[in-house]
Structure formats: structure tokens, C-alpha cells
Design a binder for this molecule. Structure first.
Ligand code: ATR
Length: 286
């Protein structure tokens, strides 16, 4: 029998290598169900050498996808191969969200918006001080730095073990960004209103070096983009000193919103139930 839902099924994907750890299918699957949309969102493992061909099938429509997400290690190539990368992903040199429109492949990067939306939701006023300290200068810190600059932060101190990588980001993102060696951490934290960990320190419950949060401004917020575990060692240290903390899970949830809207035509909402669903999944076997 002909199933009209099947013929009108809108398909989206997340492509990475490996991909089995991605929680994006859980997030989008939840929204599809909640909003009763005839759509699918599937994980696809695409090896680096196959990515060009994968993009070609997306562009010519033969894969049948309306769009999707790309994750490590494809974000840079996705930005380069899209027909219409937006300004955000051109500056970052990385895309995480793709969609087909008017016969062309569009690309953007929603990581920065996910980062700021998470803080807006969980700690309104987090951006009032204008000075931030960002620990780390890897791929993940780029979207954070861009988002903070675009939010109007006047001074963004990027502190990194390898100073040259921090300097690269200062050169890329402009005069509000200051590259700093690890030894300057305490000094640049003086009076700052936001501290962001973008390194892998604390991941999977590892202990981090001790950080003295005392110099931060009264009322400062400390956040981490690591979200396994939710309470990282860095957040625990900051909370112990009496600072407000925001965990990184909301960044993952919020970065998914614009893509879903592009592909499926409805803007989904990040709810406490969705957060609980992902937390339960994190507690389960992987
Ligand atoms: P991602 O794309 O996830 O950001 P990455 O590009 O490998 O990953 O960057 C990891 C970041 O964590 C870098 O800033 C790295 O510092 P270096 O640039 O000096 O390598 C930082 N990092 C990782 N392990 C660290 C450690 N033990 N101490 C301090 N910084 C660390």
C-alpha cells in the first residue's frame, strides 16, 4: 500500500568518523516525535577519503537528504566544499550544519550560537562584564571566541599551553582577542566576568590542574564545553570558590536547533525533558 508519509519523509543526517558516539540522533529524534514531523535523522559514518563523494551526492540530490550535520573530522572540508558557506563559517573555516536550497548547498556553523544560547538560558546576565578568559586554542575554542566577540566582549584572553596557537586565533578574530601563555592565567583572570574551558581537561572525569578562581570578578560565571561528566573538575573547583557554573550539555542541545528548523521547517525547543533524555543516555552503556 502506498504510504504518503513515506513519500514526503524529510531526511537529514549527521556525518562523522567515527559517528557512533554522536548524541545528535537522539536529540533530533526526540524533536521529530514531539512535533509529529514525518522525518528522519540518521548517523552516517563517512571516512575522510569518502567525504568529497558524500558531498557530491548531497549536492546532486541523489542521497535524498534535505541537509544534515557534519562533525569531526569533516567540519573544515564541509565549509570548503559548500556552494554557499555563510560569513560565520567562512571566518571559522568550519561548518557543522548543511542544507539544500534552490539547488545549492548552504553551510553555517551553529556551535557559537549553541554556546551563547546555553548561557542565556542558564545564567542570564552572564555577558554583562565584557571581559572573558578562554582556556584552550583548539578547534572547539574558535566558535566560542567568535561568539564572544560578536556578543560584544571587549577583551577576550585566550590562554593556551602552546602560545602560538592562541596567537593564531588572535590574528584571525581581531583586536579584542589577546593571546596569553599559561603563566599569565591568574593575571588575566583579575576582574574577568567569564571563564570558559575549551580544552579536554576534565573529560571523562579526569582531574584537572588546580586553577585559582579567586581573581575573577564577584558574580563571574564559569562554564565548560566538556559535558561528560556534567560537573567537570574545573566546574567543581569554581563552585567550591562560590562562583556560578554552567555545564556544557546545553551547548550541544542548542546548537542543534537551527539545523532542525532548516531541514524540517519548525523551530524546536530545548526542554528539561530533552536534557534528561540525553543525561540518561550518557549514564548508559556506549
Ligand atoms: P578541539 O578541537 O577539541 O579543541 P584540539 O584542537 O586538539 O581539540 O585542542 C585541544 C586544546 O586543549 C588545545 O588548546 C590544547 O592545548 P595545546 O594547543 O597546547 O595542545 C589543550 N590541551 C589539551 N590537553 C591539555 C593539557 N593537559 N594541558 C593544557 N592544555 C591542554
Amino acid at each position: 500500500m502506498h504510504d504518503s508519509r513515506e513519500t514526503s519523509l524529510t531526511k537529514a543526517f549527521v556525518a562523522g568518523y567515527p559517528i557512533k558516539h554522536s548524541r545528535s540522533p537522539l536529540i533530533h529524534g526526540y524533536w521529530l516525535k514531539r512535533l509529529d514531523i514525518a522525518g528522519s535523522y540518521q548517523p552516517i559514518e563517512v571516512a575522510p577519503l569518502d567525504f568529497y563523494d558524500f558531498i557530491a551526492t548531497l549536492k546532486d540530490g541523489s542521497a535524498g537528504f534535505q541537509g544534515g550535520n557534519v562533525t569531526i573530522p569533516h567540519k573544515e572540508k564541509a565549509a570548503a566544499l559548500a556552494d554557499r558557506p555563510d560569513e560565520l563559517c567562512l571566518e571559522l573555516g568550519a561548518a557543522n550544519t548543511l542544507w539544500r536550497q534552490d539547488g545549492q548547498l548552504f553551510a553555517t556553523n551553529t556551535d557559537g550560537a549553541g554556546f551563547t544560547s546555553n548561557l542565556d538560558e542558564r545564567h542570564p546576565g552572564w555577558d554583562s562584564n565584557g571581559t572573558a578568559v578562554v582556556l584552550g586554542a583548539g578547534g572547539a575554542s574558535r566558535a566560542v571566541i567568535q561568539a564572544l566577540r560578536d556578543r560584544g566582549f571587549k577583551d577576550i584572553h585566550v590562554v593556551n599551553r602552546t602560545l602560538a596557537r592562541a596567537q593564531e586565533l588572535a590574528d584571525r578574530f581581531g583586536s579584542a582577542i589577546h593571546a596569553q601563555p599559561i603563566g599569565a592565567l591568574s593575571e588575566v583572570m583579575k576582574g574577568a566576568g567569564l571563564f570558559v574551558n575549551t580544552t579536554s581537561l576534565g573529560m571523562d572525569g579526569e582531574a584537572s590542574p588546580l586553577i585559582d578562581f579567586e581573581p575573577l570578578a564577584a558574580g563571574a560565571v564559569v562554564t565548560d564545553i566538556v559535558y561528560v561528566p556534567l560537573m567537570t573538575d574545573i566546574l567543581r573547583q569554581a563552585a567550591y570558590r562560590g562562583f556560578a557554573t554552567v555545564d556544557g550539555l546545553g551547548m550541544l542541545l542548542h546548537q542543534a536547533v537551527p539545523g532542525f528548523e532548516k531541514w524540517f521547517g519548525a523551530r524546536p525547543v530545548v526542554t528539561p525533558q530533552l536534557r534528561e533524555l540525553v543525561i540518561r543516555d550518557m549514564d548508559g552503556p556506549r
